[in-house]
Design a protein around this ligand. Structure first.
Ligand SMILES: [Fe+2]
Length: 252
């Protein structure tokens, strides 16, 4: 049994198209999506269509889907993060129907899947939060504490946009990385395949090259807000949502 875990497309359909082709070659038995399908990239609608074409057996909610029907500006509504988020929501609302946005914002927050007696927890950021940040280099004691209530063999998540596989004390923890916006200094799209065999299991982290220039051009052509941050992220595979980059755009 081979299961593909995809995550964090973030409206980058150029990257997602190449992953779909790679999935056709890999032909897993099932596809699972860990959230953040839309927002921050120029092609949310196309990403929805690509996801549907894969007929995923499970799709869970990312923090970006969560925002659609629940977003409230913070205590400082003029902070650059609030402006970024509200502009991103407005941009995606041009492309996604109300029905699609409601579907996205009401996806389940986590699930436990069972294949061949192996239990797999899936969630976007942490077992109890859509926003918690658990980096690959977190101390193992801290990671273990997060999973005290689980008896799973595997946990798969996304959110931090860093692909990794790690053994904690009781289970294997996998981050599928990000298809549309990797932040681990490798700008190829990332996803994971779990292979559950009769003699044991293995995890493969796959990286897929795609046309970065094409994705950047679509963002500028569609006048996506803060397209320069998207460009920065795609070229460098680094987190772009920093005040310095925001100010450089608003100063112009
Ligand atoms: Fe994300």
């Amino acid at each position: 049994m081979r299961i593909a875990f995809i995550s964090d497309m973030h409206g980058n359909a150029v990257a997602f198209e190449e992953v779909v082709k790679d999935l056709e070659d890999q032909s897993p038995d099932a596809v699972v999506c860990l959230g953040d399908i839309v927002m921050k990239g120029p092609q949310p609608k196309e990403c929805m269509n690509l996801l549907n074409s894969l007929k995923p057996i499970s799709v869970i909610r990312g923090n970006h889907e969560h925002l659609y029907t629940r977003y409230q500006k913070g205590s400082n509504p003029n902070s650059f993060k609030d402006i970024l988020t509200s502009e991103s929501i407005k941009y995606d609302q041009q492309y996604l129907s109300i029905k699609e946005q409601e579907w996205l914002s009401n996806l389940p927050e986590n699930e436990t899947l069972t294949f061949s007696d192996r239990k797999i927890d899936i969630f976007h950021a942490s077992p109890k939060s859509l926003n918690e940040v658990i980096f690959p280099w977190a101390p193992i004691e801290d990671v273990d504490k997060l999973y005290l209530e689980s008896t799973s063999d595997f946990s798969f998540y996304g959110h931090v946009h860093h692909a990794f596989v790690r053994n904690s004390t009781y289970r294997t923890i996998v981050n599928a990385g990000s298809i549309g916006l990797p932040f681990d200094k490798d700008n190829r799209a990332s996803y994971a395949i779990l292979d559950i065999g009769t003699k044991g299991s293995s995890v493969q982290l796959r990286r897929v090259q795609y046309n970065v220039e094409k994705a950047i051009n679509i963002a500028y052509d569609r006048k996506m807000p803060f397209a320069h941050m998207f460009e920065y992220a795609l070229r460098k595979a680094e987190y772009p949502y920093i005040e310095q980059l925001f100010s450089s755009a608003t100063d112009q």
